[in-house]
Design a protein around this ligand. Sequence first.
Ligand SMILES: CC(C)(COP(=O)(O)OP(=O)(O)OC[C@H]1O[C@@H](n2cnc3c(N)ncnc32)[C@H](O)[C@@H]1OP(=O)(O)O)[C@@H](O)C(=O)NCCC(=O)NCCS
Length: 284
Amino acid sequence: MRHEDVPAAERLSDEGFYELDVRTQPADWPAPARRTSEHSAGWERRAHHFLDTDPGGCWVAEDDSGMLGFATSVRRELMWCLATYVVRPGLQGQGIGRPLLEAALHHGRGCLRGMLSASSDPKAARRYRAAGFELHPQMFLVGEVDRSSIPVIDKVREGSAGDIELLDSLDRRTRGAAHGPDHGLLLSSFRLQVSDTSTGTGYAYTSPGRLQLLAASNRRTAQRLLWAVLADIDGRALVPHVTAANHWAIDVGMAARLQLNQAGYLALRGMKPPSPYVHNGALL
Ligand SMILES: CC(C)(COP(=O)(O)OP(=O)(O)OC[C@H]1O[C@@H](n2cnc3c(N)ncnc32)[C@H](O)[C@@H]1OP(=O)(O)O)[C@@H](O)C(=O)NCCC(=O)NCCS
């Protein structure tokens, strides 16, 4: 993949994930929607970041008609992460995805660990299992926060670039590899909150209405941060990507009267589900 491929990749991923939502989303959920221009711009910025840090991890499949599919992946210390992987709707299930994933996986050769957030598409699950990943079902919490449930929250402050060393050390402790250059992108895209006390440390990135990433040295600090995140959300709140290793998040979500649902898998190689940790879908 080259930088000039990014706009076509963005359109293809929007189309692919919209079609997946139409195909797999329960009927009583909000109707699937195409991306807003703001969302598309953020997606493109992230893809350029992957091409800057990991040109060898990003691959496209194409023929005379244009782009058929692509995969973007990165190496962070000794961990390989798959960020996005999609084949054009109508062409899926015909063997285009397999060599794309193989090319991206080759970028991770020598890595001890691998991590990706899989969609509910059974074709994706099949590819990841064939590549040796363990599939850990993901849950998510959604709904309006019951304001009367919110406890007194202290020891949480706004974060900044000055916290990056702390964030990287929490990443190493929870998932075995720092996010490194991804923290710059995360900081420019999301709000960062940090808790740093004598009894524990942690951080959370959020975008309006949703948690993007959370890591902490213990469950108590993780719960304090999640409450701080929920307290600041007006309207519908979303806490995605909760694995069974993170019941501390389910307990907070249920206390806030959010609803628990399931979607997709955290797919892992060479590691157990991180905890206390709520991963980001693309930056993991
Ligand atoms: C996941 C995806 C990129 C894979 O690309 P692809 O071209 O479909 O992949 P392949 O055809 O190489 O492999 C698909 C596998 O699923 C099998 N398959 C095909 N149709 C299937 C179906 N309806 N249900 C289950 N398996 C199916 C294929 O036989 C193949 O398995 P095999 O190689 O063991 O025979 C593509 O399906 C896609 O874009 N899905 C929607 C977006 C998505 O979910 N992306 C992954 C995000 S994590």
